[in-house]
Design a binder for this molecule. Structure first.
Ligand code: TPP
Ligand code: MG
Length: 520
């Protein structure tokens, strides 16, 4: 058995059985080993950002990591932005990066670079395998590191000679890291804030909002204490819809987030962090916790936040089976007339299937979708955790690999789509059940807004043309069809509803291009 085979067998033994790849010469033994270990499913992405974003989407849905296979420093760099999003989501990823054989490295061949430096900025754990005897144990360690808690990117650099040399065989899975028990002083501090009688909110995120259990635990505490229940702006996975406790997401625009938190004296934070504005703006505050409001972190990342919420409920004397308010079932009426952000949202909310996974990179044109779908049957919502656009299509791809029995709906703004549009080809090749809705406003619309917000007023034609996606207009139906995904364009509300209905009926990838106005 060679190192590559030992590595892959170890990953499979550790529960990692999917690998999103874009390989090169240094990874050829890993690729060859996929036939020796059929339990590992290789999924090819035609750009590394597709592979890394798919690994993120996969783990957010499966709850266990996928592996990637990337080609040296340049391949890693191409996939880096979506590893950044995964890092922000606390997604476990086993990021395997091939490298030159050890004796070749000092020669400074063209593809030589400082892989560990590139990996270090997005990874909680980085190791370069020294020998083919060590690689299996390294792989088991990588899986353990990726799983956290909290989850993180673990990068294993795999020199080509480590792959091709004789190995000892697969390693046993490494014992998972122990979870830290809820800390009494943090629980007591949060409980006293919630009992203070002063205006208080519970801000939840991370592992709390991805399941009914977590949402109910949070709602129980919030309701008993009369606290407002808020959710971080960009959760990795938010479970929502009819029958689930609703949480109000903090707005992206700081002005709105400030309004949501105005008057609070205490903010109890559970598996999230103190909210800050996305960017700095001249003469505006960057920290959004209001003056006079104290933030209380209920737990750190290595604690199970549900255990911490259970301790908090105990401290407050809230019964473990206390009923909580749940979102009522409702869907909007069928829209008619112009296709706008609003009517597009209403159509989608009429049709969103039960159990759908929504990969949301809708940006400005997607603004109304969250409100319109609040009463749809239960579904999961995946967001752009790290603000690096070009995640939506890969995220949808990975989610669909993880959950073949669920419909994935990818809301994808046109500008963001073009970063990783090759994901459609992977969806076609793997016959993944993804319905993509392109929100084509022919614009980097949000940047027009940001131009004014940062105080760059009176933009000239040279500036505005940097934010304009027309000339030439993109034809997303042609782009999709060119990669094997059936597609339809919609120009009014009725046409969009009909096209979306047809797309959702396809048990595989399909795309609807919604032609929207350039501004909301
Ligand atoms: C990797 C990366 N590059 C660039 C940006 C800057 N950026 C933020 S939004 C945006 C344009 C988004 O356009 P689109 O996806 O069409 O959404 P819209 O603003 O039209 O709603 C850009 C370029 C970013 N956030 N991430
Ligand atoms: Mg746009």
């Amino acid at each position: 058995m060679n190192g590559a085979q030992a590595l892959i067998r170890t990953l499979v033994a550790c529960g990692v059985d999917t690998c999103f790849t874009n390989p090169g010469t240094s990874e050829m033994h890993f690729v060859a080993a996929l036939d020796d270990v059929p339990e590992m499913r290789g999924v090819l992405g035609l750009f590394e950002g597709v592979a890394t974003g798919a690994a993120d989407g996969y783990a957010r849905v499966a709850g266990r990591p996928a592996a990637t296979l990337l080609h040296l420093g340049p391949g890693l760099a191409n996939g880096w932005a979506n590893l950044h999003n995964a890092r922000r989501a606390h997604t476990p990823v086993v990021n395997v990066v091939g490298d030159h054989a050890w004796p070749h490295k000092p020669l400074d061949a063209p593809l030589e670079s400082d892989i560990e430096a590139v990996a270090g900025a997005v990874s909680g754990w980085v190791r370069t395998s020294a020998t083919s005897e060590a690689v299996a144990t390294d792989a088991a360690e990588a899986v353990r590191a990726a799983m956290g808690p909290p989850g993180q990117v673990a990068t294993l650099v795999l020199p080509a000679d480590v792959s091709w040399s004789e190995a000892r065989g697969p390693a046993e899975p490494a014992a998972s890291r122990s979870v830290v028990a809820p800390e009494d002083d943090r629980i007591a501090d949060a409980a006293s804030a919630l009992r203070s009688g002063e205006p208080v909110a519970l801000l939840v995120g991370g592992r709390v909002v991805g399941s009914e259990e977590g949402l109910v635990a949070a709602a129980r505490v919030a309701e008993a204490a009369g606290a407002k229940l808020l959710c971080e702006t960009f959760p990795a996975r938010l479970s929502r819809g009819a029958g689930l406790p609703a949480v109000e997401r903090l707005a992206y625009l700081a002005e709105f987030a400030e309004m949501q938190m105005a008057g609070l004296r205490h903010l109890v934070i559970v598996d999230s962090r103190e909210p800050v504005s996305f960017f700095a703006y001249p003469d505006k505050a960057s920290e959004l916790v209001p003056d006079g409001c104290t933030a209380h972190a209920l737990c750190t990342g290595s604690t199970d936040p549900l255990a911490a919420l259970a301790s908090l409920a105990d401290a407050l004397g809230v019964p473990a089976d206390a009923e909580v308010a749940r979102a009522a079932a409702s869907r909007p009426a069928a829209p008619s007339g112009d296709l706008t952000s609003q009517t597009m949202a209403e159509s989608l909310a009429r049709l969103l299937p039960e159990g759908a996974i929504v990969a949301d990179e809708g940006n400005t044109a997607g603004l109304f979708v969250s409100g319109a779908t609040a009463g749809c049957p239960p579904h999961d919502w995946l967001t752009l955790t790290g603000g690096a656009i070009g995640l939506g299509m890969p995220l949808a791809t990975g989610a669909a690999v993880a959950a073949p029995d669920r419909k994935v709906v990818n809301l994808e703004a046109d500008g963001s789509a073009m970063y990783t549009v090759q994901a459609l080809w992977t969806q076609a090749r793997e016959n993944l059940d993804v319905t993509t809705v392109i929100l084509n406003n022919r614009s980097y619309a949000i940047l027009n807004l940001e131009l004014a917000r940062v105080g760059a007023t009176d933009p000239g034609p040279a500036a505005l043309s940097m934010l304009d996606l027309s000339n030439p207009d993109m034809d997303f139906c042609a782009i999709a069809q060119g990669m094997g995904v059936p597609a339809e364009r919609a120009t009014d509300a009725e046409g969009f509803t009909a096209a979306l209905e047809r797309a959702l009926a396809v048990p595989g990838p399909a795309l609807v291009e919604a032609m929207l106005p350039a501004t909301l």
